[in-house]
Design a protein around this ligand. Structure first.
Ligand code: C5P
Length: 482
């Protein structure tokens, strides 16, 4: 692979590159790599690794792409000079195992215990050691290292480094990064118990906690020094990596925690005989997406679904049924619920006398199939005098007069909201991944109109519709309780 010397480039190009790099928080060298990679991806549609004079270095783009569309959260790991520095090498692996991109910085003292080469090899990324790096074309390297990440981990955090942090020193790369950052900092202290208990360290730790840093450890145990034990051991790499992950991915809000949701989905199959049935083209995707979104929002979800080709959503209680009558039985068994959402495309009719044996062609002519109406599950649950969920939501799949038919359905079935969607074949909604919906509800304040509120949402993926609908349900549930 040919190498490129940036210094030899035209001045105007160099100036442009520096500006671009500064804007993106990268070194000029990294910016060139990103440009080359983007160009190669656009051209040949085959990602090509940009050449590097450092064999282990991968891209240093602010977002690191593994598979297209995936982004790894980035951690700057500062390794300070203590015997526990050897454990920081294992920490690099533990952080990477958790799907994090790791870039290491080593103090001069750390290099007495472990080498930058080892850290580079484990991180697959250059290890930084100097505040003034002659190899860098862009002189704000410490600012980039301080900000081009989502979290800074210091392990081991020595008494000396913590003292410098507490005082705001910036006389080497590690302290300059720690002073220049606006990212969260996780410290894993490691030192002799006497140093940890020293009044100066106590003061520094208290100051750092006031400044907003997070501490993990130190733990109690044997020290490296013979016959010494006490509090001062660095926490184990897996514990530090888990703490880093918690700081990067704080628990998501769970607005539906404590709520029970019941959802129907998919088609129903109405038997004609043991091998034949009446069915429809519903894929169940929208109902499954709502179940997953509600579960992620903290709800206790029961999903009752007809025959579909989808994997059960994680964390959801799933009841598989065939016919409308089975679906109704399972819905009733799942009550009480706070919210019920009926996305299933329930067959309106079933065969009155389904054959117990396979129907045979006979000289007597065509078999006569007498149809009778199936129970309307939505209407049944909406009319329950005692166990009616507080919010009942129906779906209306229509091929014409969408809004008008949906309003009529809302009134007749006595549900609270109707999600109306056009399922004409041209829309690709049935079985597809996108949906265009109108959320219809009663609006008692609308005295001049027809008493309905209609909200038309833009075309969205079924997953996005699910998340947006769950947000609306959470807002309605909050209004009810407040
Ligand atoms: O099929 P229809 O357009 O009437 O469906 C409207 C709503 O009623 C949907 O929410 C559907 O799940 C529900 N429904 C039902 N039981 C039926 C028919 C429809 O729960 N037998």
């Amino acid at each position: 692979m040919a190498s490129l010397t940036i210094r030899k480039l035209d001045d105007a190009i160099k100036a442009e590159l520096r500006l671009r790099a500064a804007r993106n928080g990268r070194s000029v060298e990294d910016e060139v790599r990103v440009i080359l990679r983007e160009a190669s991806q656009q051209g040949a549609q085959h990602p090509v690794e940009a050449g590097s004079e450092q064999p282990h270095r991968q891209t240093s783009a602010p977002r690191v792409h593994g598979q297209p569309g995936t982004e790894l959260p980035r951690v700057t790991l500062i390794i300070a000079g203590g015997i526990a520095a050897y454990k920081a090498l294992d920490l690099i692996r533990r952080l990477k195992e958790r799907g994090l991109f790791v870039r290491c910085v080593m103090t001069h003292a750390a290099q007495q215990f472990v080498t930058p080469l080892t850290a580079s090899a484990l991180a697959s990324e250059r290890c930084y050691t100097d505040l003034f790096d002659a190899a860098s074309e862009f002189d704000a390297g410490h600012i980039r290292l301080a900000r081009d990440c989502e979290l800074i981990v210091v392990a081991p955090a020595t008494a000396d480094l913590m003292a410098k942090m507490a005082q705001g020193h910036a006389d080497d790369l590690a302290t300059a990064i720690l002073l220049a950052t606006n990212r969260p900092i996780l410290l894993a202290p490691a030192m002799n118990p006497l140093m940890w208990n020293n009044a100066a360290t106590r003061r520094n730790v208290a100051q750092l906690l006031r400044d907003g840093v997070t501490l993990i450890g130190p733990a109690a145990g044997e020290m490296a020094e013979a016959n010494e034990a006490g509090v001062g051991r660095m926490s184990e790499p897996t514990e530090i990596a888990d703490a880093a992950l918690r700081m990067l991915r704080p628990p998501r809000p769970r607005p539906l925690a404590g709520k029970r949701l019941l959802i129907t989905a998919g088609p129903t199959h109405e038997p004609i005989d043991p091998v034949r049935y009446i069915a429809n083209r519903s894929s169940g995707k929208q109902g499954f997406a709502i179940a997953a979104a509600a579960q992620a929002a903290g709800a206790d979800v029961t999903l009752i679904c007809g025959p579909v080709e989808l994997a059960d959503p994680a964390g959801v209680t799933v009841k598989h049924v065939e016919s409308a009558r089975e679906m109704l039985r399972q819905v009733e068994a799942a009550l009480p619920a706070d919210v019920a959402i009926f996305t299933a495309a329930v067959a309106d009719w079933r065969v009155k006398h389904a054959g117990s044996q396979k129907l045979k062609k006979s000289a007597g002519g065509l078999p006569q199939l007498e149809l009778i109406e199936n129970p309307d599950i939505l209407a049944t649950i909406s009319r329950l005098p005692l166990r009616r969920p507080a919010l009942v939501i129906g779906f209306a799949a229509e091929t014409e007069h969408l809004i008008e038919n949906a309003k009529i359905k809302l009134t007749h079935k006595r549900c609270d909201w109707i999600v109306a969607n056009d399922v004409s074949p041209a829309t690709g909604v049935m079985g597809g991944d996108r949906n265009t919906i109108h959320l219809i509800s009663k609006d008692d304040s609308d005295t001049s109109g027809d008493g309905f509120r209609v909200e038309s949402w833009p075309v969205m993926s079924k997953d996005d519709v699910a998340v947006a609908l769950v947000d609306r349900i959470a807002a309605a549930a909050k209004d009810q309780t407040s």
